[in-house]
Ligand binder design. Structure first.
Ligand SMILES: C[S@@+](CC[C@H](N)C(=O)[O-])C[C@H]1O[C@@H](n2cnc3c(N)ncnc32)[C@H](O)[C@@H]1O
Length: 360
């Protein structure tokens, strides 16, 4: 879908901005911004947002009301780890290997047509910013629309100049068939198991016929899930008591929505550069510490050496590689290697990705 560049080509209702449910215009929506402010100042000047958003959908009223009082662990460091998470994501390219593969799965025809991808758990637009920085020749014509339930995340995404909308995964303020692909990634385990069927149904509702929905998360038995339960959960105030996925849960979610899905294993490492071997290793430890709010835990492990040993221990993929049919030639433990300009520290992670195509 090409985002319309001219309001004249939009349906009349879209050109005027999305309809608001009665009595909701003055409701708080983003920090210091009512829904009315957002529609007037953010949506109206943006052709893409104008064309896809619809706050008048049945049920919007209740969802907007719930959002107005909702606090999220990704808002800031007082409510969880929002500030430190966003600090880590200043370098949006650390997860580019996995992001690139997922975007190729979302939009295999991106080379021949413009594609709009809704990033449902988009945070402050990490994936959108990575796409802009990488300017990857195999992914031309991609526009990312960032969604998130956290008000602070969406405010930051807008601050980065990105099109963004605050909405929960299980109720999207988007018109039917309005985007080319939907990505549910980097945090799908935060969607409660009760809401997951609705999140998948919503993704399939807003994607155009023939478009893809890609669902990414970590296997329950993966080293990443072990890191959350052994390190993040016991050592952070907000904890991390979320259920990760299995292959059968992923296929079952799509089957329940009447659409078959293929599940594949996705190599999704963290890769950080440094001028020296030691700097690359330290910067990777700092990234993990900030992203997961466990800098204090890694910092207590006798400096970088101790932090690195802890990561090598938790992210040892030997058993996972033996039990799952994943490429055994890829790194199995965190390692540092020389690169063209300096050094790269790489922390391996294997994720599960379900890919579904909406019937034409
Ligand atoms: C781990 S962060 C990932 C952010 C970004 N995609 C990235 O990779 O940096 C997970 C995000 O999911 C959001 N989130 C959690 N539950 C959600 C839900 N039910 N609906 C929409 N967003 C949700 C959080 O607010 C958070 O910003």
């Amino acid at each position: 879908m090409t985002p319309p560049g001219d309001a004249a080509v939009l349906p009349e209702s879209a050109a005027a901005g999305p309809a608001l449910p009665d009595g909701d215009a003055g409701r708080s929506y983003l920090p210091g911004m009512t829904l009315d402010d957002y529609v007037r100042d953010v949506v109206a000047p943006d052709a893409l947002l104008r064309s896809v958003l619809d706050f008048g959908r049945p049920g919007s009223r209740d969802v907007l009301s719930a959002l107005a009082s909702k606090v999220n662990e990704f808002d800031d460091d007082d409510t969880g780890r929002g500030d430190s998470y966003r600090r880590a994501q200043r370098d949006a390219t650390v997860r580019w290997t996995g992001m690139r593969r997922m975007l190729r799965l979302c939009a295999p025809t991106a080379a021949t047509r413009e594609s709009v991808v809704l990033d449902v758990l988009g945070g402050d637009g990490t994936v959108a910013r990575a796409v802009a920085v990488q300017d990857d020749a195999s992914l031309p014509g991609l526009t990312l629309l960032t969604g998130d339930v956290s008000a602070r995340m969406i405010a930051q995404a807008l601050g980065h100049g990105l099109p963004a909308v605050r909405q929960p995964a299980d109720f999207l303020f988007l018109r039917d068939a309005s985007v080319d692909a939907v990505l549910l990634a980097y945090g799908s385990h935060h969607i409660s198991p009760r809401d997951r069927p609705a999140a998948v149904r919503e993704a399939l509702r807003v994607v155009r016929p023939g478009g893809r929905v890609v669902l990414h998360d970590f296997h329950r038995a993966s080293p990443m899930a072990r890191f959350f339960s052994a390190v993040v959960h016991p050592h952070t105030e907000a904890g991390h008591d979320y259920a990760h996925f299995s292959r059968s849960e992923m296929t079952g979610l799509f089957a329940g929505a009447g659409v078959p899905a293929q599940v594949e294993d996705l190599y999704d490492p963290l890769v950080v550069a440094g001028a020296t071997e030691g700097e690359a290793r330290r910067r990777l430890c700092d990234y993990v510490g900030a992203m997961y709010g466990v800098g204090h835990v890694l910092g207590t492990q006798e400096g970088t050496d101790g932090a690195w040993r802890l990561l090598q221990d938790v992210f040892d993929h030997g058993e996972y590689v033996a039990q799952h049919a994943v490429d055994p030639t890829l790194p199995r433990t965190p390692a540092v290697r020389p690169a063209r300009h300096g050094w790269l520290a790489e922390l391996p992670r294997w994720a599960l990705v379900a890919v579904a195509r909406k019937a034409v």
